[in-house]
Design a binder for this molecule. Sequence first.
Ligand code: PLP
Length: 261
Amino acid sequence: MTVYKALTIAGSDSGGGAGIQADLKTFQELGVFGTSAITALTSQNTLGVQAVFPIPPQTVGSQIDSVLSDIGADAIKTGMLFSAEIITLVAGKLRQYGPLPLVVDPVMIAKGGAALLQAEAVEALRRELLPLATVLTPNVPEASAILGEPEIRSVEEAVEAAKRLFAYGPRYIFLKGGHMDGDEAVDVLYDGTEVRLYRSPRFRTKHTHGTGCTTASAIAAGLAKRLPVPEAVAEAKRFITAAIGSGLEIGGGIGPTNHAA
Ligand code: PLP
């Protein structure tokens, strides 16, 4: 039996809805064996992020070495990287062990406003990680922050933003439209020539914690299974749509999406 393997390099969410925990649950649901290298611990629940404890860069590197020198990975996903130092370390390890299919989720700010990436680290993300990415998966605010441009308000503006993001080096840009207004959530996939749009109905739910992490790890699971990127994205879109559609009412705040939907 072929065992497909994916490594997530990301932050821990003690509340179980986002970060490493979301990634590993998603890999498992999609039939991929998940491994992890933790970049930061967060004390977190449905009410928000109470504390962030970054892991020393060498300790992040040690975890990546342990996984990739023995188990290996068919795809890698990066999430919360927190600092320029961790980004530089991770990019170096990816170059050392690569090239491997790589999904870069440019995690920056949690829904409650907590910084998951230091402001001065955005340049390191642009310069060191984006050129290595097979797929970059920003939401609308993250796309604006990477480009240093104002808010994206329409699908047309999202398509133009995806084209400008492509210049930073990822093979594909998957720009998620969930933060824009409208009855549909429209996402844009751009590969340098073709624009593909992925549409889904917009759910009126507040339980959307962890949607970004889950989408990116579902794409990584598809790449690990050797799916072409547009198919991996389509599978991820189906997965996240079902997960949001049955978001979990746990805790007193914003509940997580249901990975087992
Ligand atoms: N916590 C961690 C560790 C994350 O990686 C992320 C992901 O983006 C979040 C929290 C943010 O979760 P959300 O903004 O979906 O609530």
